[in-house]
Design a protein around this ligand. Structure first.
Ligand code: ZN
Length: 165
């Protein structure tokens, strides 16, 4: 049987643990892989679609996100390009229980990150995939959805409510 490790999720918009700008991981160690495994168990238990290290009290620049239906580990992720076209959708956050907000974000992004083998990967993401990754990378920079000033939607499509991470 696989050992589950569900960690407590750090909550609160004023919690300093969630306001830290995380540090890049110099190497994908056993501890980082364990962290990613524990984050995966924690995310599944909380029924989220992504989770960032600060949400379990870690200051490593590491997150997990559901991309194209597959849970993907993103180590040292950076957004290298953002579309000028934006999209507005309601987001929730596992660290802000009962908060739901319309958040306007670029519709498309390019990201680069390391995979669990420490190899650099680059991807172009759109719509929900782009949204969840931007939400997680925000966490790694100490930013929460409540920091996004509410703006009227630019595009006409507002998606259904979806709890992110
Ligand atoms: Zn969140």
């Amino acid at each position: 049987m696989v050992r589950m490790a569900v960690l407590p999720i750090v909550t609160g918009g004023k919690n300093p643990v969630l306001r830290v700008k995380t540090k890049k991981v110099p190497k994908v160690t056993r501890d980082i892989k364990k962290l990613l495994k524990d984050m995966t168990d924690t995310m599944h238990a909380a029924d989220g679609i992504g989770l960032a290290a600060p949400q379990v009290g870690s200051q490593h620049r590491v997150c997990i996100a559901t991309i194209g239906g597959r849970l993907t580990a993103l180590i040292n992720p950076e957004i290298t390009w953002r579309s000028t076209l934006t999209d507005t959708a309601e987001e929730g956050c596992l660290s802000l229980p009962n908060v739901w907000m319309d958040v306007t974000r670029p519709t498309e992004i390019d990201i680069k990150y390391w995979n669990e083998e420490g190899q650099e990967e680059e991807r172009h993401l759109v719509y929900m995939d782009a949204r969840v990754v931007q939400h997680e990378v925000d966490h790694l920079d100490g930013i929460l959805i409540i920091d996004h000033v509410k703006k009227p939607p630019v595009a006409s499509h507002v998606h259904d409510a979806k709890r992110l991470a």
